[in-house]
Design a protein around this ligand. Structure first.
Ligand code: KG4
Ligand code: ZN
Length: 335
């Protein structure tokens, strides 16, 4: 058919999201963020699944209404099948299956990390294939070589913590609320990025390591606090700027290496950490100085969202990649 309408559902972590897409164009993208986890300093899986159960009907309903679309106009249902928190994934999977069964419409299983990359195909101005994507979120850090919408190769990834975890865990050491990434970004704006120096990991190839930065920050602060108990408060902005600078340096070093190795001239970022203003500016400046075209999705498509599931589902639909109703979600997934 020439008019393809997709309903997409994302529930892999602590965001319940639904989107409607018509012929690859996003008509609505509703995201319900779960506030409940803030007080625990991290995502509590059991609470996340329960919140998804509460959110999913109103979120899907709002997405349909905002797109001016009736449920029976939907041609297929795309959903996040992996990776993520298993309880959270189960809610979205069961819901997607139920609708598919009721409407007698096909089901499309989508890989969350693949979808983060393809979020770069939502805007009118899109990267050309082949392109590179640095996917940086709370759970993942990858460099992906995209050969076509459905042909993505992971050419580098973290061997321990994700970039978002590096932000969140160091923020926690500084006494900031969860998730600390956006707060580090905020305070870093008025700080000196060269005020403090933290150890940068030495990892071969295009892989990353972030657990050492956290330890380096922790030991440094323990020492300083013994001398001056108010050290963090008095230096918060410089600390945030220096931590952010270190993380961006690590990311950019490997991204530049990937650009050199592949010769690819179109480069994207994706995932929650691509909301970081320092990373966005560094990447944009790098592109301008080196004749590399850079792309950053709108903020709503950087964080966990169903629009990216919809766009990926659309390419799978065109390629006839459907799933049967007995498909199960998976916490881990290689691709
Ligand atoms: O993609 P995402 O919303 O969820 C996951 O799939 O993980 O990413 C969340 C991560 C968190 O670690 C959060 O601290 C980080 O993205 N983040 C940021 C910023 N906004 C979100 N990190 C640094 N600077 C930001 N502005
Ligand atoms: Zn994500």
């Amino acid at each position: 058919s020439t008019n393809i309408i997709l309903l997409a559902i994302e529930s892999s972590c602590d965001e319940t999201s639904a989107a409607i897409c018509q012929n690859g164009k996003i008509l609505s993208n509703i995201i319900a963020t779960q506030k409940i986890h803030e007080q625990y300093g991290g995502v509590v899986p059991e609470l996340a699944s329960r919140a998804h159960i509460q959110n999913i009907v109103p979120v899907v309903d709002t997405a349909l209404k905002k797109a001016n679309c009736a449920l029976n106009e939907v041609d297929a249902i795309a959903f996040t099948q992996a990776p993520g928190l298993i309880g959270s994934l189960l809610v979205g999977t069961q819901f997607a299956k139920s609708i598919a069964l009721a409407l007698e419409k096909p089901l499309i299983a989508v890989h969350h990390m693949q979808a983060h990359v393809l979020a770069n195909l939502i805007a009118d101005e899109r990267p050309e294939f082949p392109f590179l994507c640095l996917t940086v979120s709370g759970g993942h850090t990858q460099i992906v070589l995209a050969l076509s919408p459905l042909k993505l190769e992971v050419i580098g990834e973290t061997i321990d913590d994700a970039a978002g975890e590096a932000f969140d865990k160091t923020a926690k050491i500084l006494g900031l609320k969860y998730p600390g990434g956006p707060l580090i970004d905020k305070y870093a704006k008025d700080g000196n990025p060269l005020a403090f120096k933290f150890a940068e990991p030495q990892v071969p190839d295009l892989n990353f390591s972030f657990s050492g930065i956290k330890t380096s920050v922790l030991y440094f602060l323990q020492k300083q606090i013994m001398i001056n108990p108010n050290f963090i408060e008095e230096n918060l902005k410089d600390l945030c700027a220096s931590i952010q600078h270190t993380i961006i340096n690590v990311l950019m070093k490997k991204l530049k290496k990937a650009i050199q190795q592949t010769g690819v001239k179109h480069v994207c970022i994706a995932g929650g950490v691509s909301a970081n203003s320092g990373l966005r500016k560094t990447l944009t400046d790098f592109g301008l100085e080196n004749n590399i075209k850079t792309y950053i999705p709108d903020f709503q498509y950087c964080v966990d969202n169903a629009a990216m599931i919809a766009i990926t589902g659309y390419y799978k639909f065109l390629n006839n990649e459907f799933s049967s109703l007995d498909i199960s979600p998976s916490a881990r997934a290689n691709w």
